[in-house]
Design a protein around this ligand. Structure first.
Ligand code: FES
Ligand SMILES: [Fe+2]
Length: 366
């Protein structure tokens, strides 16, 4: 366990932003969101505003703050427009230089490097796009380790995006991470969502760990009328990924990917706003299956249902996590981690190392 101050201290949060989020690879977007010229995705969290944008096929990442008077350049989560500041109209090129510059003679001199936006390395793994704002030494492949192959495979399973939204949480970002690393809470919190689907009774299986990343299956038990359900979903029988479980991947520090039997996929992105506030950016996908018009008519209501269930799940967790946030401020107990919560232990151990904290056991005993 880590000290409870790590869940609410502003000073520790500032250290986290410096040590964990301002350097090292961070998930920012999917390649599908950046497929066309001028497509952009904007990632804002405390202390950072980053834009990733397509410049005629080249994907570039810059600090999303204008060199002129500090206006944020792209102001939507994502979209398609020039990298043009909305204040005085400076328009930046693929090198981050304000090529379109009204009254340029007032600003240009011999050395114009200070006019360029700070730029960051961008790398992709399958459909997942990462940026390293600190320009760290490790490649993305090194950072992902065993999960590089996992993300490449998952990319192939993702079909069309069916939902994009954000959900604010009045809770520390680590509580959101810890919450998705276990399904021990599912039987209590998700009685109307996960449980009727058959998940939450069996222990986790096939857990994989690499540095702070981990994955596991949360097996499901077949439900009454299972055969009927299979028939209803038969148009997805040729999907590329099948497993009778909820499969979950966590990529340190900010990315969640999950698959519900390969029938639907979720990509969650954690954006810390302060020690006690976090934005969760959600994307949902259908499986990568070619559908006839008849099967499309069947799939659309299934997508609508999975969006509604996903939002309900997130709301169920959000209510609990905001309550935990209040509890963690007053408790004088160290807390406990059970066998079903081993991924939390791996996360916290990696977190403690990355934060240069004392060994976790020593902290727990202190
Ligand atoms: S602040 Fe961006 S153009 Fe002036
Ligand atoms: Fe949950």
């Amino acid at each position: 366990m880590i000290p409870k101050a790590n869940y609410h201290s502003d000073a520790i949060f500032a250290d986290e932003m410096r040590l964990l989020f301002a350097r090292g690879w961070q998930f920012v977007a999917l390649t599908t969101e950046l497929a066309n010229d001028r497509d952009f995705v904007c990632v804002d969290h405390e202390g950072a505003s980053t834009v990733v944008q397509n410049f005629r096929g080249e994907i570039k990442a810059f600090q999303n703050v204008c060199s002129h008077r500090f206006n944020r350049i792209q102001t939507e989560d994502r979209g398609n427009r020039l990298l043009m500041c909305g204040y005085h109209g400076w328009t930046y090129d693929k090198d981050g230089f304000p090529k379109g510059l009204p009254k340029r003679e007032q600003f240009l001199s011999e050395d114009n490097t200070h006019l360029c936006l700070p730029h960051y390395p961008v790398e992709t793994c399958g459909k997942f796009v990462f940026v390293d704002r600190g320009g760290g030494a490790a490649s993305l492949r090194e950072h992902l380790g065993d999960f590089h192959a996992t993300l490449e495979a998952m990319s192939d399973y993702l079909g069309a995006e069916v939902q994009f939204c954000r959900v604010p949480h009045a809770a520390n970002w680590k509580l959101l991470v810890e919450n998705v690393l276990e399904c021990y809470h599912c039987a209590t919190v998700h009685r109307d969502t996960f449980v009727p689907w058959g998940v939450g009774k069996l222990p986790i299986s096939d857990a994989v760990f690499d540095a702070g990343h981990s994955s596991a299956h949360f097996p499901r038990v077949d439900q009454p009328r299972e055969e009927l359900r299979q028939r209803y979903l038969s148009h997805l029988a040729e999907r590329k990924f099948t497993h009778n479980s909820f499969f979950h991947i966590y990529i340190f520090p900010n990315l969640f990917i999950s698959s519900s039997q390969g029938l639907s996929f979720y990509v969650g992105q954690v954006l810390p706003l302060s020690a006690e506030r976090t934005m969760l950016r959600m994307r949902n996908f259908e499986p990568n299956v070619t559908l006839s018009d008849k099967h499309r008519a069947r799939q659309d209501p299934i997508n609508a249902d999975s969006i509604a269930t996903g939002l309900k799940l997130i709301e169920e967790d959000r209510a609990i996590l905001e309550n935990v946030q209040r509890g963690v401020r007053v408790s004088d107990r160290p807390g406990m981690i059970g066998d079903d919560e081993v991924r939390i232990r791996a996360f916290l151990e990696h977190y403690a190392r990355a934060m240069a904290m004392p060994a976790l056991q020593a902290v727990a005993a202190a």
